[in-house]
Ligand binder design. Structure first.
Ligand code: CU1
Length: 161
């Protein structure tokens, strides 16, 4: 009787210790997963349209390399629609033309355009659009509004350094 009891006790303890091992394994994995990715510096860039003009209020924006950029575009117009499209150097004309061809349903940006680094959807009058993206490699990148007729005037440069 004593032996059987002790075997039961043994099995109980064994079972409990296995549960303990399983919990310890889970507990050990969780902190590693959360602490693994290096923290990126986050920057917020704010830009707005200039009243009823076809202009952004800033022609230059700057952000550090390796940062996570949150860009906010406030549309200050009461009637005009705008977007914000970050393009690869020297590709503004191409992106604007392709955006025009893509049309309103595509927010005037060609789908999966390899020349586009990041872009907002069309921002309606009085509204604010927000997008978060990883800073591209150090350099200068043009940003443009691809709404029909705006691109020629509505542009600027994002400097990553
Ligand atoms: Cu615009």
């Amino acid at each position: 009787m004593t032996k059987i009891t002790s075997r039961r006790e043994f099995l109980k303890l064994g079972g409990l210790s296995l549960v303990g091992v399983a919990i310890a394994a889970c507990g050990g994995a969780a902190p590693a997963a959360t602490s693994a990715p290096a923290a990126k510096s986050a920057v917020t860039l704010e830009i707005a349209s200039k009243g009823e003009e076809l202009l952004y209020d800033k022609d230059t924006l700057t952000a550090p390399a390796g940062s996570s950029i949150t860009l906010k575009l406030k549309n200050n117009s009461s009637a005009l629609q705008h977007n914000w499209v970050l393009v690869k150097a020297g590709k503004s004309d191409t992106v604007a033309a392709d955006g025009l061809a893509a049309g309103e349903a595509a927010n005037y940006v060609k789908e999966k355009d390899a020349n586009v680094i990041a872009h907002l959807a069309i921002v309606k009058p009085g509204e604010t659009g927000t997008i978060t993206f990883d800073a591209p490699a150090p350099g200068s990148y043009p940003y443009i509004c691809t709404f029909p007729g705006h691109y020629v005037l509505m542009k600027g440069t994002l400097i990553i350094k």
